[in-house]
Design a protein around this ligand. Structure first.
Ligand code: URA
Length: 249
């Protein structure tokens, strides 16, 4: 038996907190009876519904690290028939989702999993999970512009948190600067907007690290499964107790 909010979040439907709200709102039933907050259930033998829809029984969790090429969108489905990142993992039949997003025109490291709880944990702003990008930007950055990127840039949805920024290369021939930028927030198109805000448009963008994991050994368009140690490490970062097997609690 497990708490209902845990079962719902493990099924990838909502974070634990959002699941608690659903229970409080009377939207969750166990074997046809409206559940109250604090209730426990057995996902294997009982029928749990949210808004009348049975939730899928938890399937074995799988975790992948993908090196996304440009031209793939980071959603599980697309109404307009565009290529999605799932097209790059055709052999995986679990219902996996990307952990956050990379723009269509951005390449690089993207995690995918069917572990909704870990996904929500890693994306929670309080966890401050670091992501590193390499950006090719137009022009050469002056010291005050670099300082602004580091200390916080005013965007229309707020000022960005302090970032780690370093110049990797300046190419006078192409007139471009190669920048490495590490951030722990996940605002929409954040790196592009930060660079634009200091007057430099981004010509190419690649995520090279997520939560300390790197693209090492994974070519563009390829993916690999995460090791048990990597998953355990992500659980720690997401501040989640480990479950089953190697995991405790
Ligand atoms: N920042 C961006 O601008 N784009 C991404 O895809 C990720 C971070």
């Amino acid at each position: 038996m497990e708490r209902l909010q845990k079962i719902i979040s493990q099924a990838g439907i909502a974070s634990r907190r959002a699941a608690e709200k659903m229970i409080e709102e009377g939207r969750v039933t166990v074997d046809g009876v409206v559940a109250s907050l604090g209730a426990q259930a057995d996902a294997a033998s009982q029928t749990i519904c949210v808004d009348g829809e049975p939730i899928r029984k938890a399937e074995a969790h799988v975790y992948f690290l993908l090196n996304k090429p440009k031209g793939y969108i980071s959603t599980a489905k697309d109404d307009r028939g565009r290529k999605t990142v799932l097209d790059l993992l055709p052999e995986v039949d679990a219902r996996i989702y990307p952990v956050g997003r990379l723009d269509n025109g951005t390449e690089g490291l993207l995690l995918l999993t069917n572990d909704g709880e870990l996904m929500n944990g890693l994306l929670h702003p309080a966890r401050e999970v670091w992501k590193t990008y390499v950006a090719q930007v137009e022009g050469q950055l002056a010291k005050p512009e670099l300082q602004m990127l580091k200390s916080g840039v005013k965007l229309e949805d707020g000022v960005t948190a302090p970032a780690k920024v370093r110049v990797l290369d300046w190419n006078p021939k192409s007139g471009r600067t190669k920048l490495e930028i590490s951030i722990h927030e996940g605002k929409n198109r954040q790196v592009r907007r930060m660079c634009e805000a200091v007057g430099h448009s981004v010509q190419a963008l690649k995520r090279t690290e997520f939560a300390g994991l790197s693209l090492s050994g994974v070519k563009r368009g390829e993916h690999r499964a995460l090791s048990a140690d990597e998953v355990a490490y992500l659980y720690e970062l997401a501040d989640l107790p480990m479950r089953g097997g190697k995991r405790k609690g």
